[in-house]
Design a protein around this ligand. Structure first.
Ligand SMILES: NC(=O)c1ccc[n+]([C@@H]2O[C@H](COP(=O)([O-])OP(=O)(O)OC[C@H]3O[C@@H](n4cnc5c(N)ncnc54)[C@H](O)[C@@H]3O)[C@@H](O)[C@H]2O)c1
Length: 321
């Protein structure tokens, strides 16, 4: 490729990456096309230590992507799984949500690891529905030891480059799902963990909860809000032996929105490998994020709370303390 063409492709990939705001996703097909990361932290064999044996984990947004990978990795580590997802599209949001069939696959994949797993359909925007989902889970499992607040949405709307109605819809969507929805997950689960005087909560923020980005400020603001929630809940729950931590992933190939073709994905991968990450890797895979969640839920992380783990191949070294 001539250098100018290469530069144009790289610039275009960079623009696309920024448009995708690092929330770069394309579903299982593209996940396969992109190839597994050479640095996968994910689990995948029977030698995985059963560090969560006998625990029960609730994972929101478990129908696909990072949520599914975390649910399956926790199952592999021995935890029973309550897999929660919405199971229907969100009105006014142009990215399809995962389906009840997707959720059934997560449950099947978890069960294949030799644990119990149940699907729960609920919209995290609705606190009553979320509380009912937790109650249903507790009918099956006597307690919930781990909660992963993972469900989230993104699309790209700037402050100035869009219509007033798109601007309002976008801010409402990000606020309702990412901010209030994540707060609802904490509210639905923390009283139970307080009563048990034990628990592990892991919320999924983003590299965009650690820095600014000009293409999707509502998403960025929502992910910063999750960092604030993590730290506040860690302070509130410390006395109850409940830890609350976060994971801030870089771009991961999922269904969140992002490259739609193999060519686009290749552009994203090139740009991230060459310009964004410090390690020689492009977009990560959902399994690359899951190991950190297992760690935070394990005994090894007993006294870690109020912390964010950046799983960002060194991009974070530029901007986090
Ligand atoms: N993919 C990335 O590049 C990336 C990077 C950093 C952070 N994240 C974060 O990771 C988390 C998981 O995203 P993903 O990339 O796996 O995307 P994804 O779209 O593949 O998965 C998100 C899941 O959340 C579910 N969901 C959305 N709204 C919901 C609601 N109101 N109630 C219940 N379930 C709902 C969806 O149905 C879907 O199954 C999100 O919080 C996202 O912001 C993703």
């Amino acid at each position: 490729m001539k250098s100018e063409t290469k530069k144009a492709a790289t610039d275009s990939a960079r623009r696309d990456f920024i448009k995708g705001a690092g929330v770069l996703a394309a579903g299982a097909g593209l996940a396969a096309m992109s190839g597994a990361s050479a640095f996968a932290q994910g689990t995948g064999n029977s030698a995985v230590p059963k560090v969560l044996q006998g625990k029960t984990a609730l994972v929101t947004g478990a129908g696909r992507g990072i949520g599914r990978a975390i649910a399956v990795a926790m199952a592999e580590a021995g935890a029973n799984i309550v897999a929660l997802d919405i199971g229907q599209d969100i009105s006014g949001h142009d990215v399809p949500m995962s389906t009840s069939d997707d959720l059934a696959k997560t449950v099947a994949d978890a069960k294949a690891k030799g644990v119990e797993a149940v699907p729960v359909l609920a919209d995290i925007r609705n606190l009553d529905a979320h509380e009912a989902a937790v109650a249903k889970a507790l009918e099956q499992f006597s307690r919930i030891d781990i909660a992963v607040a993972n469900a989230g949405v993104n699309n790209n709307v700037t402050f100035t480059g869009t219509s007033k109605s798109d601007f309002l819809n976008h801010w409402n969507l990000n606020t309702d799902v990412n901010v209030k929805g994540t707060a609802n997950t904490l509210r639905a689960i923390l009283p139970h963990m307080r009563d048990n005087q034990a628990g592990r909560v892991i919320a999924i923020t983003s590299t965009f909860g650690r820095q600014g980005n000009d293409m999707n400020p509502a998403y960025v603001a929502s992910k910063w809000a999750i960092v604030g929630m993590i730290k506040s809940a860690a302070i509130e729950m410390g006395a109850h032996n409940v830890t609350v931590n976060g994971i801030a992933p870089t771009g991961v190939v999922t269904g969140l929105g992002g490259p739609k073709t193999a060519e686009e994905l290749a552009g994203f991968n090139d740009w991230m490998r060459n310009n964004y990450h410090k390690m020689p890797v492009g977009m990560l895979q959902p399994e690359d994020i899951a190991g950190s969640a297992v760690f935070l839920a394990s005994d090894a992380a007993q006294y870690i709370t109020g912390t964010i783990i950046d799983v960002a191949a060194g991009a974070n070294a530029r901007y986090t303390a």
